[in-house]
Design a protein around this ligand. Structure first.
Ligand code: QUE
Length: 334
């Protein structure tokens, strides 16, 4: 079973159970999770929900590998995102306490399963990222919502670079709500299950780590559309800007252009609006060759040398991006 549900002491427990695939979320898991939450919402003897990943990691994202391997004559690229985003929204509306344990990898689809819940407990080994620009996709699962709500242009930076955030950044930005030492994981779970207690350790946030120190610079450099960002980075001539430029220049150019616009346009929008926009966008982006080539290059053949089309950001006309944001298929009815 890829996802396992149990009920103990008025706690509904969800375990993502594909440890060999880093608990990547597939269609069946999303469907079952969605139906179980509807059931628990109505069930009086369930007071809270605990979400955990089997093994070393919480969740590496959506199972994008299966979407590409399924081939063309298949509705998986439509059905998966539809149910995944519906599940994200359902979690945001769930009336009971919802706690996730962010051990190990917490990426993309895994973020969407947890960030709209009440509590996200990070540990000393948490690794959080929205890395979709590496596979020809964009930061979805409400990424446009929570990234656009981070201060300044930090959300754009996180969504474009796919940078891995650790404990200090997670607490600093409020992405995680608590910290506990990773060797206490069984004890933390047990206390929440038995009496709804959130057991955590104290954590003193450091303001001098790499990302936080460079926040003002990031706000300056990541202002505007993708071409402005690239030209800002080129003309800045610092170690930091060179490093970030090198990172961006291997990502999918169309992903970068679209993600920039998506996050900019999301400011002030509700999660519901953001998910609807992302669904429309997903149903254009996943049928582009960049998505198949990106997923193949990173997760299937693993040659890590994807061919992007267009291959440079300069070839993208910013006005042409509007096409990808048009409503063109049935909405999610959230
Ligand atoms: C960017 C991504 C993903 C990624 C790697 C990236 C992603 C994702 C996975 C993943 C990892 C392990 C699996 C799996 C998928 O990796 O979204 O099926 O077994 O799901 O660089 O966006």
């Amino acid at each position: 079973m890829d996802i396992v549900f149990s009920e103990t002491n008025q706690t509904g427990i969800v375990k993502l159970n594909r440890p060999k695939a880093l608990n990547a979320l597939n269609l069946e898991m999303a469907k079952k999770f969605h139906d179980k939450l509807l059931e628990w919402e109505e069930k009086d003897n369930i007071l809270r929900v605990l979400l955990v990943g089997e093994g070393k990691h919480f969740c590496a994202g959506g199972d994008v590998k299966s979407l590409v391997l399924a081939g063309k004559e298949n509705s998986l690229k439509h059905d998966f995102f539809r149910i995944e985003y519906k599940l994200n929204y359902l979690i945001s509306q769930f009336s009971k306490e919802f706690l996730s344990i962010w051990n190990g990898l917490v990426m993309g689809g895994g973020v969407g399963l947890s960030i709209y819940g009440d509590h996200r407990l990070a540990t000393d080994n948490s690794k959080f990222a929205m890395p979709e620009s590496a596979i020809g996709f964009f930061p979805d699962v409400g990424g446009s919502y929570f990234l656009s709500n981070l201060p300044g242009n930090i959300g754009k930076y996180i969504g474009l670079t796919g940078e891995v955030l650790g404990l200090n950044e997670l607490i600093f930005f409020g992405l995680s709500t608590h910290y506990f030492k990773s060797n206490k994981i069984e004890d933390v779970k047990e206390k929440f299950i038995s009496r709804g207690e959130i057991s955590h350790d104290n954590f003193e946030v450091k303001n001098d780590t790499y990302l936080i120190k460079n926040m003002n610079l990031i706000n300056e450099l990541f202002n505007g559309n993708i071409q402005t960002i690239i030209s800002n980075l080129k003309s800045h001539n610092s170690e930091f800007s060179k490093k970030i430029l090198d990172i961006l220049l291997v990502k999918c150019p169309m992903s970068l252009a679209i993600s920039t616009k998506l996050i900019d346009d999301a400011k002030g929008k509700s999660l519901k609006e953001c998910l609807e926009t992302e669904f429309q966008l997903s149903q254009k982006i996943v049928y582009r060759s960049d998505f198949d080539n990106g997923v193949n290059s990173v997760l299937i053949s693993k040659d890590h040398n994807p061919i992007w089309e267009p291959s440079t950001i300069n070839e993208i006309n910013i006005e042409d991006l509007d096409f990808y944001f048009e409503t063109h298929t049935e909405n999610l009815y959230l």
